[in-house]
Design a protein around this ligand. Structure first.
Ligand code: M6R
Length: 610
C-alpha cells in the first residue's frame, strides 16, 4: 500500500528518493510524487501511474536539493489522479506533506477550514494536514514557533492513523516525521538521514535504523536525528544495526517474482517446520516435535483470524485443528471479527496470521482480542512487524521476503505453522498422531513433487484463459483450497471466479453453469470422494468443462475434461499439495492474458488501511 521515503544530507536528494520509491513499488500503488526543497522553495513532481513516470521529469530538474520527501499512493480518498497524488502543499505554500494512513475526521476538519476561506486542491484526507499546519503556523505570526511546535499543535487535532514526512519552507534544513498506527523508520547513512515506511526502501548507505513508535515525532537534519514524545519532550531512542539485502534476492532467471516464489515453497516450508523439529527435518540429530514458544494449555477455543489468503490458510487450519486435536476452532475474517462483538475470553487462544504483519484489520483484531482477555499468538513472516509486537507470542513463518503481491510461499508457510499448532494441541490431549507427524516432516518433499504438475496446469490454463468466469468447487479441506485457488486466479488474471463448497452449488449458483464454463474441481479429500464425484457429474451434465485436481489416480471417470494428478500425502496435509497446481494455473492464465503478474492492478502487498 502507500509508501514514504525522505532524505536530508550531503547528497542530491532526487535520485535517492527515486531509488527508495522503486524499492517500495512491490507494496502496490497507483500514483507517485516527490517534493524537493532548495533555498526554502519547493519543487513538486507528481504523476498518476508508475514510479518510472517520475524519473524523467525529476532528472530534467537538475535539482541540487539535498532534502526531499516522496510517496507512492494507493487511492483511498479520491481517484488515483495526479492532483490527488502526494506530496500535498498548504495553501500558503510553506508546508509539504506525504502521508500513509487515514485521517478519519478529515471531512469535519476540511469543512471548518473551508469556512475560514482555505481552498483545497485535492479530494484526499491527507491535504487536511498541510492545510492545518499552514493555518496554525500562520494564524498570528508566520515566524511564530518552530515547525516542531506547530506539529505538536496540529497532531492532537487528527483522528485516525498516520506516518508523515513533512517539509517546511521556513526551516529549509529540517525533515520532520511523525507516526501513529502506521509504520515509519529513520535510517542513518554515511551521507545523511533517510526516512521510510518499510525497510525495503533503505539502500546500501544505511547502517542503523530507528523504528518510530506511536505518538513520536522526529526532526531530521544533516547533523542527526532528534526524537520527541507527543508532548515535545526529547527522547533517547535505541538504533538497530541494519545491512541492506536485495529484496527477495532478485528475480534471477525468472520472469516474475511470483513464479520464483512458487518454486521456493519447499524451502520456505522446510525452514518454517525446522523450528518445530529442532533442526533439519530428517537429520539423525533432528529433535522431537516441540513448540518453540509458550502457549496457554488446552484453550477452550481457538480463533484463527486473518485477511485474504492468510484467512484461507486459517480455514484449512480450522479443519485440521478440530479433526486432529478436537478443540473447537473458528476461522474469521479480521475485518468481521473486530466488529462482531466476538464471544472470546480468557480461556481462548486467538491466532493472527499475516505475511506482512502490518494488515490494519488484523492488527485491530489483535487489540480487540487482547482487550477481551484472550491469549494472542502471531503467525507472521516479517519479524518485528506491528502484529508480531502486539501479540503475546509469535510463531514465525520463515518464507523469506515475498515480493509478488499474490502470496504463494508465505501462504504455504502459514499452513505449515497451523499444522504444527494442530499437532501440538493433539499431543497435549494425548492424541499421538505418528502418521501425521511423519507426513509433516516430509511436507517439503510432497510440495516439491507437486511442482511437477506445471505442464498439466499450463495445458488447463490454455483452455481457461479465454473464459469470462470460472468456478472452483470442493468439500472440507478441498473447499479451503478452492477458496485460495479462486482468489489467486482472479487477483492476478482478472478472470472472474468463485469458490463454492461442492454440495452448495446446486442451491443457486449452478444456474450460471452453461456449455463450456470452466469448473476446477478439487477432489483430494478421500473420505468425501463419492460426494464430490457426484457434484462433478452434476456440473458436467450441464456442459461445464471440468478440470479436476485429484490424488491416487482418481477423477478419470467422473465426466472430467482433464485431471491434474497429485501424489497423495496425509489427507489433512493435502491443501499444501493441491494449492501448487492452482498457483501454477493462475500464473499461466495471467501470463496468457498479458497481465502485470507481480503487481496486479488495484492491489497492495500490505493493506495498512481499514
Ligand atoms: O500481509 P497479510 O498476510 O496480512 O495480507 C493478507 C492479505 O491481504 C493477502 O493474503 C492477500 O489476500 C494476498 N494478495 C493474496 O494473494
Amino acid at each position: 500500500m502507500c509508501g514514504i521515503v525522505g532524505y536530508v544530507g550531503e547528497s542530491k536528494a532526487a535520485p535517492l528518493l527515486l531509488d527508495g520509491l522503486r524499492a517500495l513499488e512491490y507494496r502496490g500503488y497507483d500514483s507517485a510524487g516527490a517534493a524537493l526543497m532548495e533555498d526554502g522553495a519547493f519543487t513538486i513532481v507528481r504523476r498518476a501511474g508508475r514510479v518510472e513516470q517520475l524519473s524523467e521529469p525529476l532528472a530534467q530538474l537538475h535539482s541540487a536539493a539535498k532534502i526531499g520527501i516522496a510517496h507512492t499512493r494507493w487511492a483511498t480518498h479520491g481517484a488515483p489522479t495526479e492532483i490527488n497524488a502526494h506530496p500535498h502543499i498548504s495553501a500558503d505554500g510553506r508546508w509539504a506533506v506525504v502521508h500513509n494512513g487515514i485521517i478519519e475526521n478529515a471531512d469535519a476538519l476540511r469543512a471548518e477550514l473551508e469556512t475560514l476561506g482555505i481552498a483545497f486542491d485535492s479530494e484526499t484526507d491527507t491535504e487536511i494536514i498541510p492545510q492545518l499546519l499552514g493555518r496554525v503556523s500562520g494564524f498570528e505570526d508566520a515566524e511564530q514557533g518552530t515547525p516542531l511546535d506547530v506539529l505538536l499543535d496540529v497532531l492532537p487535532l487528527l483522528e485516525g492513523s498516520w506516518a508523515l514526512g513533512i517539509l517546511c519552507a521556513n526551516a529549509p534544513d529540517k525533515l520532520l516525521c511523525a507516526c501513529q498506527g502506521s509504520p515509519l523508520l529513520v535510517g542513518e547513512g554515511e551521507d545523511g538521514l533517510y526516512l521510510a515506511s518499510d525497510y525495503a526502501a533503505f539502500g546500501e548507505n544505511v547502517h542503523k535504523v530507528y523504528r518510530m513508535t506511536d505518538g513520536e515525532i522526529g526532526v531530521l537534519t544533516r547533523d542527526g536525528a532528534a526524537f520527541y514524545d507527543s508532548r515535545g519532550q526529547a527522547l533517547t531512542k535505541p538504533a538497530e544495526e541494519f545491512s541492506h539485502r536485495e529484496q527477495g534476492g532478485g528475480k534471477g532467471s525468472y520472469t516474475h517474482f511470483m513464479r520464483k516464489e512458487i518454486d521456493e515453497q519447499p524451502l520456505a516450508v522446510s525452514r518454517t517446520l525446522e523450528q518445530f523439529f529442532g533442526g533439519a527435518l530428517h537429520a539423525a540429530a533432528a529433535g522431537d516435535f516441540r513448540l518453540p514458544c509458550q502457549l496457554p494449555h488446552s484453550p477452550r477455543k481457538v480463533w484463527l483470524v486473518a485477511c485474504g489468503s492468510a484467512y484461507h490458510a486459517c480455514v484449512s487450519g480450522k479443519y485440521v485443528i478440530e479433526e486432529l486435536a478436537r478443540i473447537p476452532c473458528e476461522a474469521v475474517v479480521a475485518s468481521e471479527f473486530r466488529y462482531q462483538y466476538p464471544l472470546i475470553g480468557e480461556e481462548d487462544l486467538a491466532v493472527f496470521v499475516s505475511q506482512s504483519g502490518e494488515t490494519a484489520d488484523t492488527l485491530a483484531a489483535v487489540r480487540e482480542a487482547s482487550a477481551r482477555g484472550a491469549a494472542t499468538l502471531g503467525v507472521v513472516n516479517v519479524a518485528g512487524s506491528a502484529i508480531a509486537r502486539a501479540c503475546d507470542a509469535v510463531l514465525p513463518t520463515l518464507a523469506g521476503a515475498e515480493i509478488a503481491v499474490a502470496t504463494t510461499k508465505a501462504y504455504s508457510a502459514q499452513l505449515a505453522v497451523l499444522y504444527a499448532l494442530a499437532l501440538h494441541f493433539a499431543k497435549e490431549q494425548a492424541h499421538e498422531e505418528p502418521e501425521f507427524e511423519e507426513a509433516l516432516r516430509r511436507l517439503p518433499e510432497s510440495i516439491q513433487a507437486a511442482l511437477s504438475t506445471e505442464d498439466a496446469a499450463k495445458a488447463a490454463a490454455e483452455q481457461i484463459a479465454g473464459a469470462d468466469h470460472a468456478y472452483f468447487i470442493g468439500r472440507n479441506l478441498d473447499y479451503a483450497a478452492a477458496l485460495e485457488g479462486s482468489l489467486k486466479l482472479k487477483e492476478i488474471s482478472y478472470l472472474h471466479s468463485e469458490a463454492y463448497p461442492a454440495g452448495e452449488l446446486k442451491h443457486g449458483t449452478i444456474s450460471l453453469i452453461e456449455a463450456g464454463t470452466p469448473v476446477i474441481a478439487l477432489a483430494c479429500c478421500e473420505r468425501l470422494l463419492p460426494k464430490t464425484a457426484a457434484n462433478i457429474r452434476e456440473v458436467a451434465a450441464r456442459g461445464a468443462r471440468v478440470f479436476a485436481v485429484c490424488a491416487r489416480g482418481n477423477g478419470e471417470h467422473w465426466g472430467t475434461d482433464s485431471v491434474i494428478s497429485l501424489q497423495a500425502t496425509h489427507p489433512l496435509l493435502m491443501p499444501s499439495v493441491e494449492v501448487i497446481p492452482l498457483q501454477l494455473l493462475s500464473y499461466h492464465v495471467a501470463r496468457i492474458r498479458g497481465c502485470d503478474i507481480d503487481k496486479p492492478k488495484n492491489l497492495a502487498k500490505s493493506v495498512t488501511v481499514e
